[in-house]
Design a binder for this molecule. Structure first.
Ligand code: FES
Length: 351
């Protein structure tokens, strides 16, 4: 049951939550706790999901998506945030956001979670690199503390212990839980009790001999994820037991990316905001709307969170992701603006 404070989530609206704790995980990564729930009401989300956090810059709200690193059994929401070069919201939260300050928070969302995709045979393999640890850490602590049968192998890649988010917590889990095994691959050469080596197909099989009995949850940078997916495919892994998430924007979402075809001038209109602009075909629709001041929530920029859903003239756009749209919505002309390019004159409606 949601607390009164979180009731707007039922209507997909943002709630204002206040920071009650903040600390560094590594030099460039922090965790914050948002106090939102009294002890009788827990924040219901599925481990692995994320929330969109909104920060007001000069009267304009900017949203970005962050994975939750707490569990649904905690009374506060915990987010873990890494510094991003040029990342306005992330760097604001790291450098300026203080205990006692508030942000707007949209409801938890995301297909990459351990409730909709539980591990078959109660055996999970989490593979992560860098900040990709956040959602799989939430899944792991939920399994270990609330599922007495779940066995977790946790394979994480980082530069060094000092660069490993949740390093102490992972070591503690390793000491305290028989059903948890940790493989920590560190790029900096140093003394460590963990077997080291470059993660490739052979090393993956060596580190996780019962790989084929496990369900894989993968999160990290795009190239790393593609490599791991290749290793699993070559090992004849059952890919129905493979789940992955990356928040890296796809190349097609860059503003004004051009086609190999000759770009043409097309018109994008948003009647409800009296907006009409002439742009080149191939332009990213979210970027154009943002530049025109149309109040669309653009959070993950990866076609994952669904916050930028809007409706476009049929056949006037081309999309790289429709991940959060239903078949009915696609039929009706809904698109994800962050993952769509305009190809001919298009009228956009936000409702
Ligand atoms: S901003 Fe998340 S799907 Fe477009």
């Amino acid at each position: 049951m949601l607390s009164t404070l979180l009731a707007p989530w039922l209507n997909n609206q943002a709630v204002k939550l206040t920071c009650c704790d903040k600390w560094h995980e590594t030099e460039d990564t922090i965790s914050i706790k948002l106090a939102c729930i009294d002890e009788n009401h827990l924040a219901k989300f599925k481990p692995g999901q994320f929330v969109n956090i909104g920060v007001n810059f000069d009267g304009k709200m900017e949203y970005r998506a962050y994975s939750l690193s707490s569990t649904p059994f905690d009374t506060d929401l915990q987010l873990t945030i890494k510094r991003v070069e040029g990342g306005r919201v992330s760097n604001f939260l790291i450098d300026q956001f203080q205990i006692g300050d508030s942000v707007m928070v949209l409801p938890p969302a995301g297909e990459f979670n351990s409730v909709d995709h539980p591990p078959q045979h109660n055996k999970a393999l989490c593979i992560s690199a860098g900040c990709g640890i956040t959602p799989v850490y939430s899944m792991t602590t939920t399994w270990l503390n609330h599922n007495p049968h779940c066995d977790v192998h946790f394979l994480h890649i980082a530069r060094s212990p000092a660069h490993t988010i949740f390093f102490n917590e992972l070591e503690q889990l390793n000491r305290e839980h028989e059903r948890f095994s940790l493989s920590l691959l560190l790029k900096d050469k140093q003394q460590t009790s963990y077997p080291q080596g470059r993660l490739d197909q052979a090393w993956l099989e060596t580190l996780v001999p019962d790989l084929h009995d496990r369900t894989v949850y993968l999160c990290g940078p795009t190239q790393f994820m593609e490599d791991v997916k290749d290793y699993l495919t070559h090992l004849d892994f059952d890919m129905s037991q493979f789940h992955a998430e990356s928040f890296t924007p796809t190349a097609d979402t860059q503003y004004a990316q051009r086609d190999t075809e000759q770009p043409q001038t097309v018109t994008l209109t948003v009647p409800s905001f009296n907006t009409a602009v002439a742009i080149e075909s191939g332009s990213n629709i979210a970027d154009v709307l943002e530049a025109q001041g149309v109040p669309l929530i653009i959070a993950c920029r990866s076609g994952i969170c669904g916050s930028c859903k809007c409706k476009a003239t049929p056949n006037s756009t081309r999309s790289t992701s429709q991940a959060t749209l239903t078949a009915d919505e696609i039929e009706q002309g809904y698109i994800l603006a962050c993952s769509s390019q305009i190809i001919s004159d298009s009228e956009i409606s936000l409702g």
